[in-house]
Design a protein around this ligand. Sequence first.
Ligand SMILES: Nc1nc2c(c(=O)[nH]1)N[C@H]1C(S)=C(S)[C@@H](COP(=O)(O)O)O[C@H]1N2
Ligand SMILES: [Mo]
Length: 440
Amino acid sequence: MSKARRTERGIHALYAEDPQRADRLLWGRESDPVSRRGFLRKSALLAMGSALGASIPFAKFMPSGLIPAALADRTDPFKIPGKHPDLIVLNDRPINAETPPHLLDDAVTPADKLFVRNNGIPPSSVDLEQWRLVIDGESARQSVEFSIADLKRKFQHHTYQLVIECGGNGRSEFNPPVGGNQWTTGAIGCPEWTGVRLRDVLEAAGIEDDAVYIGYYGKDHHLSGDPSRNPISRGVPMSKALEDETLIAWAMNGEDIPALHGHPLRLVCGGWPASTSGKWLSKIVIRNKIHDGAKMGGKSYRVPCQPVAPGAKVADEDMCIIESMPVKSLITYPRTGAMLKQGQSLPVRGHAWAGDLKVEKVEISLDFGVHWRPCNLEAPKNRLAWQHWQTRVDFPGPGYYEVWARATDSEGNAQPMVVPGWNPKGYLNNACHRIAVKVL
Ligand SMILES: Nc1nc2c(c(=O)[nH]1)N[C@H]1C(S)=C(S)[C@@H](COP(=O)(O)O)O[C@H]1N2
Ligand SMILES: [Mo]
Protein backbone atom coordinates (compact mmCIF):
# COMPACT_ATOMS: atom_id res chain seq x y z
CA MET A 1 0.00 0.00 0.00
CA SER A 2 1.50 3.34 -0.96
CA LYS A 3 2.04 5.93 1.69
CA ALA A 4 2.47 9.66 1.41
CA ARG A 5 5.96 10.63 2.46
CA ARG A 6 6.39 11.57 6.06
CA THR A 7 8.43 14.69 6.58
CA GLU A 8 10.74 14.77 9.55
CA ARG A 9 12.90 17.82 9.71
CA GLY A 10 15.88 18.44 11.89
CA ILE A 11 16.80 21.36 14.07
CA HIS A 12 19.32 22.52 11.44
CA ALA A 13 16.67 22.85 8.74
CA LEU A 14 14.51 24.78 11.12
CA TYR A 15 17.27 27.23 12.08
CA ALA A 16 18.57 27.56 8.52
CA GLU A 17 15.21 28.70 7.26
CA ASP A 18 14.39 31.32 9.85
CA PRO A 19 16.44 31.42 13.05
CA GLN A 20 14.16 33.87 14.89
CA ARG A 21 11.18 31.76 14.09
CA ALA A 22 13.02 28.62 15.21
CA ASP A 23 13.69 30.32 18.55
CA ARG A 24 10.03 31.18 18.86
CA LEU A 25 8.77 27.74 17.89
CA LEU A 26 11.18 25.74 19.98
CA TRP A 27 11.49 27.82 23.09
CA GLY A 28 8.80 30.48 22.80
CA ARG A 29 11.65 33.01 22.65
CA GLU A 30 10.91 36.47 21.23
CA SER A 31 13.66 38.62 19.77
CA ASP A 32 14.19 41.88 17.96
CA PRO A 33 14.90 40.90 14.31
CA VAL A 34 17.08 43.97 13.71
CA SER A 35 19.51 43.89 16.63
CA ARG A 36 19.16 40.10 17.03
CA ARG A 37 19.11 40.86 20.74
CA GLY A 38 16.98 38.14 22.21
CA PHE A 39 15.39 38.21 25.52
CA LEU A 40 14.53 34.92 27.07
CA ARG A 41 11.37 34.83 29.10
CA LYS A 42 11.41 32.57 32.12
CA SER A 43 9.35 29.98 30.22
CA ALA A 44 11.74 30.04 27.23
CA LEU A 45 14.68 29.71 29.58
CA LEU A 46 13.07 26.72 31.27
CA ALA A 47 12.29 25.08 27.93
CA MET A 48 15.84 25.55 26.68
CA GLY A 49 17.31 24.46 30.00
CA SER A 50 15.25 21.28 30.01
CA ALA A 51 16.32 20.41 26.46
CA LEU A 52 19.97 20.99 27.41
CA GLY A 53 19.71 19.25 30.76
CA ALA A 54 20.99 22.20 32.82
CA SER A 55 20.17 25.82 33.57
CA ILE A 56 22.06 28.48 31.57
CA PRO A 57 23.83 30.94 33.92
CA PHE A 58 24.77 33.40 31.13
CA ALA A 59 21.47 33.11 29.27
CA LYS A 60 21.06 36.86 29.03
CA PHE A 61 24.10 37.11 26.75
CA MET A 62 23.02 34.29 24.50
CA PRO A 63 22.43 35.60 20.95
CA SER A 64 19.06 34.85 19.44
CA GLY A 65 18.70 32.58 16.44
CA LEU A 66 21.69 30.46 17.50
CA ILE A 67 21.40 26.69 17.88
CA PRO A 68 22.77 25.76 21.30
CA ALA A 69 26.08 23.94 20.60
CA ALA A 70 24.91 20.93 22.58
CA LEU A 71 22.18 20.41 20.01
CA ALA A 72 24.08 21.65 16.94
CA ASP A 73 26.14 18.50 16.45
CA ARG A 74 23.10 16.27 16.51
CA THR A 75 21.62 15.19 13.23
CA ASP A 76 18.50 13.47 14.52
CA PRO A 77 15.17 15.29 14.27
CA PHE A 78 14.79 17.80 17.07
CA LYS A 79 12.88 16.94 20.20
CA ILE A 80 10.05 18.98 21.55
CA PRO A 81 10.75 20.37 25.01
CA GLY A 82 8.54 18.71 27.62
CA LYS A 83 7.83 15.72 25.37
CA HIS A 84 9.07 12.16 25.49
CA PRO A 85 12.05 11.88 23.07
CA ASP A 86 10.38 9.04 21.14
CA LEU A 87 7.38 11.06 20.01
CA ILE A 88 7.44 11.22 16.21
CA VAL A 89 7.62 14.76 14.87
CA LEU A 90 5.56 14.96 11.67
CA ASN A 91 5.94 18.65 11.11
CA ASP A 92 7.68 21.51 12.85
CA ARG A 93 5.83 24.46 11.33
CA PRO A 94 3.49 24.26 13.03
CA ILE A 95 4.49 21.61 15.55
CA ASN A 96 2.74 18.27 15.11
CA ALA A 97 3.90 15.09 16.79
CA GLU A 98 2.38 11.68 17.45
CA THR A 99 2.88 8.99 20.06
CA PRO A 100 4.03 5.44 19.21
CA PRO A 101 1.48 2.88 20.50
CA HIS A 102 3.74 1.34 23.16
CA LEU A 103 4.09 4.79 24.75
CA LEU A 104 0.31 5.00 25.21
CA ASP A 105 0.31 2.13 27.73
CA ASP A 106 -0.54 4.34 30.75
CA ALA A 107 -4.14 4.22 32.00
CA VAL A 108 -4.17 8.04 31.95
CA THR A 109 -2.03 9.68 29.25
CA PRO A 110 0.75 11.75 30.85
CA ALA A 111 1.55 15.20 29.41
CA ASP A 112 4.90 14.16 27.93
CA LYS A 113 3.21 11.42 25.87
CA LEU A 114 0.20 13.33 24.54
CA PHE A 115 0.28 14.03 20.80
CA VAL A 116 0.46 17.65 19.64
CA ARG A 117 -1.55 19.07 16.79
CA ASN A 118 -1.12 22.78 16.14
CA ASN A 119 -2.72 24.56 13.21
CA GLY A 120 -0.95 27.83 13.94
CA ILE A 121 1.61 29.37 16.27
CA PRO A 122 0.76 29.21 19.99
CA PRO A 123 0.66 32.49 21.94
CA SER A 124 4.20 33.25 23.05
CA SER A 125 3.20 34.67 26.41
CA VAL A 126 0.18 34.21 28.61
CA ASP A 127 -0.80 36.66 31.35
CA LEU A 128 -3.05 34.76 33.75
CA GLU A 129 -4.42 37.90 35.40
CA GLN A 130 -5.36 39.49 32.10
CA TRP A 131 -6.75 36.39 30.37
CA ARG A 132 -10.47 36.66 29.62
CA LEU A 133 -13.05 34.22 28.37
CA VAL A 134 -15.81 36.04 26.49
CA ILE A 135 -19.23 34.47 25.87
CA ASP A 136 -20.96 36.11 22.96
CA GLY A 137 -22.80 35.38 19.70
CA GLU A 138 -26.23 36.09 18.22
CA SER A 139 -27.90 33.48 20.44
CA ALA A 140 -26.30 34.61 23.70
CA ARG A 141 -28.79 36.61 25.78
CA GLN A 142 -25.95 38.90 26.83
CA SER A 143 -22.24 39.17 26.25
CA VAL A 144 -20.30 38.25 29.38
CA GLU A 145 -16.64 38.02 30.28
CA PHE A 146 -14.86 35.91 32.89
CA SER A 147 -11.34 36.01 34.25
CA ILE A 148 -9.82 32.65 35.13
CA ALA A 149 -10.35 33.47 38.81
CA ASP A 150 -14.06 34.18 38.05
CA LEU A 151 -14.48 30.82 36.34
CA LYS A 152 -12.87 29.02 39.26
CA ARG A 153 -14.93 30.90 41.85
CA LYS A 154 -18.34 31.08 40.20
CA PHE A 155 -18.82 27.57 38.87
CA GLN A 156 -18.62 24.05 40.22
CA HIS A 157 -15.43 22.16 39.32
CA HIS A 158 -15.55 18.80 37.53
CA THR A 159 -12.90 16.26 36.59
CA TYR A 160 -13.30 13.72 33.80
CA GLN A 161 -10.94 11.52 31.87
CA LEU A 162 -11.71 12.31 28.22
CA VAL A 163 -10.44 10.94 24.91
CA ILE A 164 -9.07 13.43 22.42
CA GLU A 165 -8.30 11.97 19.01
CA CYS A 166 -7.45 13.96 15.90
CA GLY A 167 -9.99 13.41 13.11
CA GLY A 168 -7.02 12.66 10.81
CA ASN A 169 -5.51 9.94 13.02
CA GLY A 170 -4.60 7.02 10.69
CA ARG A 171 -4.50 9.27 7.61
CA SER A 172 -1.17 7.83 6.38
CA GLU A 173 -2.87 4.57 5.37
CA PHE A 174 -5.35 5.96 2.85
CA ASN A 175 -4.87 5.11 -0.78
CA PRO A 176 -4.66 7.15 -2.89
CA PRO A 177 -2.70 9.19 -0.35
CA VAL A 178 -4.17 12.44 0.91
CA GLY A 179 -2.40 15.60 2.03
CA GLY A 180 -1.97 16.77 5.61
CA ASN A 181 -0.07 15.41 8.59
CA GLN A 182 0.63 11.73 7.94
CA TRP A 183 -0.62 10.44 11.28
CA THR A 184 -0.24 6.69 11.80
CA THR A 185 -1.92 5.55 15.04
CA GLY A 186 -0.71 8.07 17.59
CA ALA A 187 -2.91 11.18 17.40
CA ILE A 188 -4.89 10.00 20.41
CA GLY A 189 -4.70 10.31 24.17
CA CYS A 190 -6.88 10.19 27.24
CA PRO A 191 -5.72 12.57 29.97
CA GLU A 192 -7.81 13.69 32.93
CA TRP A 193 -9.23 17.19 32.58
CA THR A 194 -10.43 19.56 35.30
CA GLY A 195 -12.51 22.66 34.81
CA VAL A 196 -16.09 23.87 34.70
CA ARG A 197 -18.96 22.67 32.58
CA LEU A 198 -19.40 24.60 29.35
CA ARG A 199 -23.13 24.33 30.03
CA ASP A 200 -22.90 26.22 33.34
CA VAL A 201 -20.91 29.03 31.74
CA LEU A 202 -23.23 29.31 28.71
CA GLU A 203 -26.26 29.37 31.01
CA ALA A 204 -24.71 32.24 32.96
CA ALA A 205 -24.73 34.26 29.73
CA GLY A 206 -28.20 32.99 28.80
CA ILE A 207 -28.98 30.76 25.83
CA GLU A 208 -31.64 32.01 23.40
CA ASP A 209 -34.21 29.53 22.10
CA ASP A 210 -32.82 29.70 18.56
CA ALA A 211 -29.31 28.52 19.59
CA VAL A 212 -28.05 25.60 17.48
CA TYR A 213 -24.24 25.60 17.76
CA ILE A 214 -21.29 26.98 19.66
CA GLY A 215 -17.96 28.08 18.19
CA TYR A 216 -14.62 28.68 19.89
CA TYR A 217 -11.80 31.17 19.34
CA GLY A 218 -8.28 30.76 20.68
CA LYS A 219 -5.26 33.04 21.06
CA ASP A 220 -2.91 31.24 18.68
CA HIS A 221 -1.73 33.02 15.52
CA HIS A 222 -2.35 32.18 11.88
CA LEU A 223 0.74 30.84 10.06
CA SER A 224 0.55 33.72 7.59
CA GLY A 225 1.12 36.18 10.43
CA ASP A 226 -2.12 37.97 9.46
CA PRO A 227 -3.73 38.93 12.80
CA SER A 228 -7.20 39.06 11.24
CA ARG A 229 -7.11 35.34 10.41
CA ASN A 230 -7.72 32.47 12.85
CA PRO A 231 -5.78 29.22 12.46
CA ILE A 232 -8.89 27.31 13.49
CA SER A 233 -12.30 28.13 14.99
CA ARG A 234 -14.58 25.13 15.21
CA GLY A 235 -17.53 24.13 17.34
CA VAL A 236 -20.22 21.60 18.21
CA PRO A 237 -24.03 21.49 18.17
CA MET A 238 -25.79 22.62 21.37
CA SER A 239 -26.58 19.00 22.33
CA LYS A 240 -22.84 18.22 22.61
CA ALA A 241 -22.05 21.61 24.16
CA LEU A 242 -24.58 21.02 26.95
CA GLU A 243 -23.38 17.52 27.94
CA ASP A 244 -22.12 17.02 31.49
CA GLU A 245 -18.63 16.06 30.29
CA THR A 246 -18.02 19.02 27.96
CA LEU A 247 -15.55 21.15 29.89
CA ILE A 248 -13.77 24.45 29.88
CA ALA A 249 -10.60 23.07 31.45
CA TRP A 250 -7.60 24.72 33.11
CA ALA A 251 -5.92 21.55 34.37
CA MET A 252 -4.71 18.32 32.82
CA ASN A 253 -3.75 15.43 35.07
CA GLY A 254 -3.99 17.71 38.10
CA GLU A 255 -1.60 20.37 36.81
CA ASP A 256 -1.93 23.51 34.70
CA ILE A 257 -2.56 22.54 31.08
CA PRO A 258 0.88 22.56 29.35
CA ALA A 259 1.58 25.46 26.96
CA LEU A 260 1.42 23.26 23.83
CA HIS A 261 -1.95 21.87 24.89
CA GLY A 262 -3.73 25.18 25.39
CA HIS A 263 -2.61 26.86 28.63
CA PRO A 264 -4.37 28.54 30.36
CA LEU A 265 -7.82 27.36 29.14
CA ARG A 266 -9.14 24.89 26.63
CA LEU A 267 -12.41 23.40 25.60
CA VAL A 268 -12.63 19.60 25.84
CA CYS A 269 -15.34 17.80 23.86
CA GLY A 270 -14.53 14.13 24.57
CA GLY A 271 -15.12 11.57 21.82
CA TRP A 272 -15.44 14.12 19.00
CA PRO A 273 -12.65 15.09 16.59
CA ALA A 274 -10.12 16.81 18.86
CA SER A 275 -10.30 19.84 16.54
CA THR A 276 -13.49 20.71 18.48
CA SER A 277 -11.44 20.99 21.69
CA GLY A 278 -10.18 24.55 21.26
CA LYS A 279 -6.86 25.42 22.88
CA TRP A 280 -5.81 28.85 24.31
CA LEU A 281 -9.53 29.49 24.62
CA SER A 282 -10.53 33.17 24.69
CA LYS A 283 -14.05 33.30 23.31
CA ILE A 284 -17.10 31.13 22.80
CA VAL A 285 -19.94 32.22 20.58
CA ILE A 286 -23.49 30.84 20.82
CA ARG A 287 -24.73 30.69 17.25
CA ASN A 288 -28.18 30.60 15.65
CA LYS A 289 -26.70 28.61 12.76
CA ILE A 290 -23.91 26.10 12.28
CA HIS A 291 -20.69 27.85 13.29
CA ASP A 292 -18.82 29.14 10.23
CA GLY A 293 -15.33 29.70 11.70
CA ALA A 294 -12.04 28.59 10.14
CA LYS A 295 -11.97 24.87 9.25
CA MET A 296 -15.73 24.37 9.57
CA GLY A 297 -16.37 24.34 5.81
CA GLY A 298 -15.08 22.82 2.57
CA LYS A 299 -13.17 19.59 3.09
CA SER A 300 -12.03 20.41 6.65
CA TYR A 301 -13.19 17.89 9.24
CA ARG A 302 -15.92 16.87 6.83
CA VAL A 303 -16.42 13.60 4.96
CA PRO A 304 -18.62 12.65 2.01
CA CYS A 305 -22.21 12.21 3.26
CA GLN A 306 -22.41 9.09 1.03
CA PRO A 307 -19.45 6.74 0.40
CA VAL A 308 -17.32 7.65 -2.65
CA ALA A 309 -14.79 5.80 -4.80
CA PRO A 310 -11.16 6.23 -3.64
CA GLY A 311 -9.71 9.38 -5.19
CA ALA A 312 -13.10 10.78 -6.23
CA LYS A 313 -13.68 14.53 -6.39
CA VAL A 314 -16.47 15.47 -3.99
CA ALA A 315 -18.40 18.74 -4.13
CA ASP A 316 -18.40 20.74 -0.89
CA GLU A 317 -22.18 20.53 -0.62
CA ASP A 318 -21.91 16.72 -0.53
CA MET A 319 -19.65 16.80 2.53
CA CYS A 320 -20.95 16.35 6.12
CA ILE A 321 -19.36 17.53 9.37
CA ILE A 322 -17.73 14.76 11.44
CA GLU A 323 -19.42 14.37 14.82
CA SER A 324 -18.75 11.43 17.18
CA MET A 325 -15.54 9.51 16.32
CA PRO A 326 -15.83 5.80 15.39
CA VAL A 327 -15.00 2.78 17.57
CA LYS A 328 -11.27 2.03 17.76
CA SER A 329 -8.60 0.27 19.81
CA LEU A 330 -4.85 0.13 20.29
CA ILE A 331 -2.44 -2.56 21.44
CA THR A 332 -0.11 -0.74 23.84
CA TYR A 333 1.73 -3.81 25.16
CA PRO A 334 3.80 -5.49 23.89
CA ARG A 335 5.52 -3.27 21.39
CA THR A 336 5.42 -4.58 17.82
CA GLY A 337 8.36 -6.89 17.09
CA ALA A 338 8.16 -8.68 20.46
CA MET A 339 10.16 -11.92 20.67
CA LEU A 340 9.39 -14.79 22.98
CA LYS A 341 10.46 -18.34 23.61
CA GLN A 342 8.32 -21.31 22.73
CA GLY A 343 5.92 -22.15 25.54
CA GLN A 344 6.06 -18.64 26.96
CA SER A 345 2.67 -16.95 27.25
CA LEU A 346 2.35 -13.30 26.39
CA PRO A 347 0.28 -10.68 28.20
CA VAL A 348 -1.36 -8.35 25.65
CA ARG A 349 -3.21 -5.16 26.57
CA GLY A 350 -4.40 -1.80 25.35
CA HIS A 351 -7.31 0.63 25.28
CA ALA A 352 -10.50 0.96 23.27
CA TRP A 353 -12.86 3.90 22.78
CA ALA A 354 -15.99 4.64 20.75
CA GLY A 355 -16.74 8.37 20.46
CA ASP A 356 -19.99 9.13 22.28
CA LEU A 357 -20.69 5.41 22.75
CA LYS A 358 -19.34 2.71 25.04
CA VAL A 359 -17.13 -0.15 23.92
CA GLU A 360 -19.04 -3.41 24.23
CA LYS A 361 -16.22 -5.89 23.57
CA VAL A 362 -12.61 -6.22 22.44
CA GLU A 363 -11.36 -9.35 20.70
CA ILE A 364 -8.00 -10.42 19.37
CA SER A 365 -7.03 -12.69 16.51
CA LEU A 366 -3.74 -14.57 16.02
CA ASP A 367 -4.64 -15.96 12.60
CA PHE A 368 -5.21 -12.85 10.47
CA GLY A 369 -8.85 -12.51 11.44
CA VAL A 370 -10.17 -16.07 10.97
CA HIS A 371 -10.83 -16.68 14.68
CA TRP A 372 -11.46 -14.05 17.33
CA ARG A 373 -11.29 -14.51 21.08
CA PRO A 374 -12.66 -12.13 23.71
CA CYS A 375 -10.44 -10.05 26.01
CA ASN A 376 -11.17 -8.71 29.48
CA LEU A 377 -12.65 -5.27 29.08
CA GLU A 378 -12.88 -2.77 31.92
CA ALA A 379 -15.59 -0.17 32.39
CA PRO A 380 -14.55 3.41 31.55
CA LYS A 381 -13.51 5.64 34.46
CA ASN A 382 -16.40 7.87 33.37
CA ARG A 383 -18.44 8.35 30.21
CA LEU A 384 -16.19 9.28 27.20
CA ALA A 385 -13.01 7.86 28.78
CA TRP A 386 -11.20 5.06 26.99
CA GLN A 387 -11.54 1.51 28.34
CA HIS A 388 -8.64 -0.77 29.19
CA TRP A 389 -8.54 -4.33 27.93
CA GLN A 390 -6.14 -7.19 28.50
CA THR A 391 -5.63 -10.87 27.77
CA ARG A 392 -2.94 -13.54 27.76
CA VAL A 393 -1.88 -15.32 24.60
CA ASP A 394 -0.31 -18.76 24.04
CA PHE A 395 1.13 -19.42 20.61
CA PRO A 396 0.90 -22.89 19.06
CA GLY A 397 4.57 -23.11 17.99
CA PRO A 398 7.55 -21.18 16.71
CA GLY A 399 7.14 -18.66 13.89
CA TYR A 400 5.89 -15.23 12.92
CA TYR A 401 2.52 -14.13 14.24
CA GLU A 402 0.44 -11.00 14.17
CA VAL A 403 -1.87 -10.02 16.99
CA TRP A 404 -4.85 -8.05 15.72
CA ALA A 405 -7.27 -6.25 18.03
CA ARG A 406 -10.87 -5.39 17.22
CA ALA A 407 -13.33 -3.38 19.31
CA THR A 408 -17.12 -3.32 18.93
CA ASP A 409 -19.26 -0.47 20.26
CA SER A 410 -22.57 -0.56 22.14
CA GLU A 411 -24.50 -0.25 18.87
CA GLY A 412 -22.77 -3.28 17.33
CA ASN A 413 -20.35 -1.38 15.06
CA ALA A 414 -17.00 -3.17 14.86
CA GLN A 415 -13.65 -1.92 13.60
CA PRO A 416 -12.92 -2.91 10.00
CA MET A 417 -9.81 -5.01 9.33
CA VAL A 418 -8.84 -2.87 6.35
CA VAL A 419 -8.86 0.90 5.91
CA PRO A 420 -12.48 2.09 5.75
CA GLY A 421 -14.12 4.60 3.38
CA TRP A 422 -11.67 6.80 1.53
CA ASN A 423 -12.42 10.52 1.88
CA PRO A 424 -10.68 13.61 0.46
CA LYS A 425 -8.83 14.56 3.67
CA GLY A 426 -8.26 11.11 5.12
CA TYR A 427 -10.36 11.23 8.27
CA LEU A 428 -11.86 8.47 10.42
CA ASN A 429 -9.49 5.58 9.75
CA ASN A 430 -10.46 3.13 12.50
CA ALA A 431 -8.97 -0.03 10.98
CA CYS A 432 -7.76 -2.71 13.43
CA HIS A 433 -4.36 -2.18 15.02
CA ARG A 434 -1.91 -5.07 14.70
CA ILE A 435 1.51 -5.98 16.04
CA ALA A 436 4.15 -8.51 15.01
CA VAL A 437 5.30 -11.23 17.42
CA LYS A 438 8.03 -13.82 16.85
CA VAL A 439 8.15 -17.09 18.75
CA LEU A 440 11.64 -18.61 18.67
N1 LIG B 1 -6.70 27.12 19.27
C1 LIG B 1 -6.45 25.91 18.73
N2 LIG B 1 -7.13 24.84 19.18
C2 LIG B 1 -6.90 23.62 18.67
C3 LIG B 1 -5.97 23.44 17.60
C4 LIG B 1 -5.25 24.58 17.14
O1 LIG B 1 -4.40 24.51 16.26
N3 LIG B 1 -5.53 25.80 17.73
N4 LIG B 1 -5.80 22.19 17.04
C5 LIG B 1 -6.96 21.30 17.17
C6 LIG B 1 -6.72 19.96 16.66
S1 LIG B 1 -6.88 19.73 14.99
C7 LIG B 1 -6.46 18.91 17.50
S2 LIG B 1 -6.31 17.33 16.91
C8 LIG B 1 -6.30 19.13 18.96
C9 LIG B 1 -4.95 18.63 19.43
O2 LIG B 1 -4.82 18.76 20.81
P1 LIG B 1 -3.41 18.54 21.51
O3 LIG B 1 -2.36 19.28 20.71
O4 LIG B 1 -3.58 19.07 22.89
O5 LIG B 1 -3.15 17.06 21.51
O6 LIG B 1 -6.42 20.50 19.34
C10 LIG B 1 -7.41 21.22 18.62
N5 LIG B 1 -7.56 22.56 19.17
MO1 LIG C 1 -6.91 17.44 14.64
